[in-house]
Ligand binder design. Structure first.
Ligand code: FAD
Ligand code: DHB
Length: 395
């Protein structure tokens, strides 16, 4: 089989890239190892920058998003039992949107079904070959049968645990990494959100985040030790711990209920450079991971996909290669700013078990400075709503 762009991974990055290239008349095949049912049920991200919303609209998958999203003008930071609102719109002129990653995944899959796109689910043993030549290949098994796809280019959109990044030789790839001694225990429940905007809580028992998916579906996270077992967290324990960590007025207003999803996510900062090796281009979590505190992961994946679809489209339309050559540097400039912000937001809001008394005092001073300084609030807000996306004039 032959295609123009072979895409490994059918998460948000892979499906969005396939969609944008399809609209530009470029043929793709997506290889995804999971089933459609599994993908539709995966919860994860919830907060979108305007640039991500705009890209989904451009890709023709924004109709339900624009109808159902919750627009947030502000966000709250709580510490010492008190809540402080940051006026995102007043500080930056921009807002953020709440719309679940699972809904984006469903919208992308529905659009691909309607367009009869070439997506292979349950593709096993995917491997990449001939990346430095003119015709790289993807090999895989489906239902026990071996297949090979010959491509012009390969996009590695297969997330942090995927195979694409592993196909880049050790001597070429540089890894920058930081792990954190804690994870996030997340719960989803069909209850009214405790507040109409998000609350990031710094508490001596650990960080907590109150977020949502709609006005009748809540999402809450608790900082837990890195090796925590979800089985040790029956709903009653989760709700009682959350109530201890959020300010008293929020705890009093908290509606509790049965969880419909519960999972632990590890926190990690990770960047692999460069994002291109021969005819392979990495995008999204395959190339970089941020701790979720700044809500940047999915948004970064969307920006990579924007840049990659522009580069590939320019190549097929006019033979331009400069955007492909500049792809990695263009992504990394933004990725590192989001890395810095996510690491800083994590340091500001979490309790680090190994922190010295000095570091604890410095964290308290930083929180106090934040709520007293418009300049500090603006710095947080402009990163939180999303830094500008450098445009490239397309011929
Ligand atoms: P993925 O979503 O990981 O998709 C990769 C796909 O590749 C998967 O479907 C996988 O099955 C497939 N795959 C893997 N290996 C193979 C293989 N060998 N062969 C074929 N297919 C393969 N981001 C935000 O922007 N905002 C938030 O609010 C936010 N909150 C988060 C909260 C939590 C608790 C977590 C865990 C993450 C959060 N994120 C957030 C991050 C966000 O979910 C990810 O950045 C996003 O999913 C990245 O998309 P992706 O398509 O690059 O990777
Ligand atoms: C959500 C997740 C985040 O990591 C974040 O910073 C904000 C919101 C969410 O799941 O809604």
């Amino acid at each position: 089989m032959r295609t123009q762009v072979g895409i490994v991974g059918g998460g948000p990055a892979g499906l969005l890239l396939s969609r944008l290239l399809g609209l530009a008349g470029i043929e793709t095949v997506v290889l995804e190892k999971r089933t459609p049912e599994y993908l539709r049920a995966r919860v994860r991200a919830g907060l979108l920058e305007q640039g991500t919303v705009d890209l989904l609209v451009e890709a023709g998958v924004g109709e339900r998003l624009l109808r159902q999203r919750l627009c947030h003008d502000g966000v709250e930071i709580a510490f010492d039992g008190r809540r402080h609102r940051l006026d995102l719109k007043g500080l930056t002129g921009k807002i953020v949107s709440v719309y679940g990653q699972a809904e984006i995944q469903k919208d992308l899959m529905t659009a691909h079904e309607a367009a009869s796109s070439n997506i292979v689910y349950e593709a096993e043993d995917v491997s990449l070959h001939g990346l430095m030549g003119d015709r790289p290949q993807l090999r895989y098994h489906k239902a026990g049968e071996a297949h090979e796809i010959s491509c012009d280019f390969i996009a590695g959109c297969d997330g942090f645990h995927g195979v694409s990044r592993q196909a880049i030789p050790q001597e070429v790839i540089r890894i920058y990494e930081r792990t954190y001694p804690f994870g996030w225990l997340g719960i989803l429940s069909d209850t009214r959100p405790v507040n109409h905007e998000l609350i990031y809580c710094n508490h001596e028992r650990g960080f907590a985040l109150c977020t949502m998916r709609s006005m009748s579906r809540s999402r809450y996270y608790l900082q837990v030790p890195a090796d925590e077992d979800v089985a040790d967290w029956p709903d009653a324990r989760f709700w009682s711990e959350l109530k201890r960590r959020i300010p008293a007025d929020a705890a009093a207003a908290l509606e509790t209920g049965t969880s419909i999803e519960k999972s632990v996510a590890q926190l990690r900062s990770f960047v692999a450079e460069p994002l291109r090796h021969g005819r392979l281009f990495l995008a999204g979590d395959a190339a970089h991971i941020v701790p979720p505190t700044g809500a940047k992961g999915l948004n970064l994946a969307a920006t990579d996909v924007r840049f990659l679809s522009e580069a590939i489209t320019a190549h097929y339309r006019s033979g331009r290669t400069d955007l492909m050559e500049g792809y990695s540097a263009r992504c990394l400039a933004r990725v590192w700013k989001a890395q810095r912000f996510s690491w800083w937001m994590t340091a500001l809001t979490h309790r680090f078990p190994e922190a010295s008394p000095f570091e604890r005092r410095a964290q308290a001073a930083e929180l106090s400075y934040l709520i007293s300084s418009k300049a500090a609030q603006t710095a947080l807000a402009e990163n939180y709503v999303g830094l500008p996306i450098a445009s490239t004039a397309l011929a």
